[in-house]
Design a binder for this molecule. Structure first.
Ligand code: SF4
Ligand code: SF4
Length: 353
């Protein structure tokens, strides 16, 4: 597939440091990586992205607020006309930080919340983490910035999503994104939390009920869904334009840079999908090399396997999320969690009943 001349969005992992030790953390965040990029190196990355024509960057971690000069990086992005978003666990995000976020021109803040208070605190392994996350949401909202929430969905919280919707709505959340917990990083040690394919029909039922809510409604991110007639509706960000699933965009118009300088099409991908390092060659050269990001740029249907190999929707879908396929099956182009199978199961169960 032909890549865009520029990544539309780049995700920058400012540091792997994090105050939480989440059971579900795909990148095993907590301590910093060895030799994380320094400030000049990050300014170079942002300058290269702007030179390429990238329009949007997302700062994440670990916890990006533990990178001391995060606000200066926001200013650097804004000075090159890029929108800058930030994803945080909300710890340490008080009124002063929220005002600094507004001052530096941050476009939006997304706080991660993975269940009701007890579940969230247990999965994050930080007591009081849920209440602090809600406080952070209110501070950001009061500062006049757009605030959203991202939630991982797993066996430990599916039954809580509908109760969580009310709480997030009352706190001032404008957008709520959902993603499946993947068996990566620390989550590999907590496999009992990973949703099995058999849980997908119930997840789809819950999502359809939430989709009919009058207030805050969640939307699916890249690693959930596919194939059903309501996929676009479930995937569309509330109040925004329709968002069809067009397959994995890693290396086509999406890019990630790790805190050690490693470049991948998406930071959720395994290390074998590393395309280079900004310390060793210019980011522009990495992006412009037609021989990199081969799983997408040189995609062929031969990469598909399992049910995806015979699927009528595979031409566009290409087997769902590449990182999920690697995490679950060790290769791209296969999904056992596709909602197409889930909805077929629901139809056959209804017929049998
Ligand atoms: S079966 Fe595979 S290719 Fe078909 S819609 Fe599902 S994930 Fe996509
Ligand atoms: S690997 Fe998955 S999360 Fe990453 S860009 Fe592709 S579809 Fe999206």
């Amino acid at each position: 597939m032909k890549p865009s001349p520029a990544p539309f969005v780049a995700v920058l992992e400012l540091t792997l440091r994090c105050p939480c030790r989440c059971q579900t953390c795909g990148s095993y965040a907590g301590a910093a990586r060895a030799r994380e990029l320094d400030h000049d190196e990050w300014l170079g990355v942002i300058g290269s992205l702007a030179d390429l024509g990238c329009r949007r960057i997302t700062l994440m971690g670990g916890e990006p607020l533990l990178y001391p000069r995060w606000a200066d990086l926001v200013c650097a992005g804004r000075a090159r006309d890029m929108l800058v978003d930030l994803i945080s666990c909300g710890q340490g995000l008080d009124e002063r930080v929220a005002l600094a976020m507004r001052e530096c021109g941050l476009h939006s803040v997304t706080i991660s919340i993975d269940g009701l208070a007890n579940t969230h605190d247990a999965q994050r392994r930080v007591s009081g983490c849920f209440e602090q996350a809600l406080r952070a949401i209110r501070f950001v909202d009061q500062a006049g910035l757009k605030v959203g929430v991202t939630s991982q969905v797993n066996q430990g919280n599916l039954s809580e999503l509908e109760s969580l919707a009310h709480i997030l709505e009352e706190a001032g959340v404008l957008g709520w994104q959902l993603q499946l917990t993947l068996p990566l990083g620390r989550a590999e040690e907590h496999r009992h939390l990973i949703a099995p394919p058999a849980m997908m029909p119930e997840l789809l039922r819950v999502l359809r009920r939430l989709g009919r809510r009058a207030g805050l409604r969640p939307h699916l991110t890249d690693n959930i869904g596919y194939g059903t007639s309501d996929d676009i509706a479930l995937r569309t960000i509330q109040g925004s334009f329709p968002r069809p699933w067009l397959g994995c965009r890693a290396g086509l118009d999406a890019l990630g840079v790790g805190s050690d300088g490693r470049v991948k099409g998406c930071l959720a991908l395994p290390d074998i999908c590393t395309e280079g390092n900004v310390r060793e060659e210019p980011l522009v050269a990495i992006w412009n090399d037609p021989n990199r990001f081969s799983y997408n740029r040189h995609y062929t249907p031969a990469q598909l396997s399992g049910a995806c190999a015979d699927c009528e929707q595979a031409r566009l879908c290409r087997g769902g999320c590449t990182a999920t396929a690697y995490a679950m099956h060790g290769k791209p182009g296969v999904s056992t969690h596709c909602f197409l199978h889930a909805s077929a199961t629901m139809v056959s169960t209804t017929r049998e009943a």
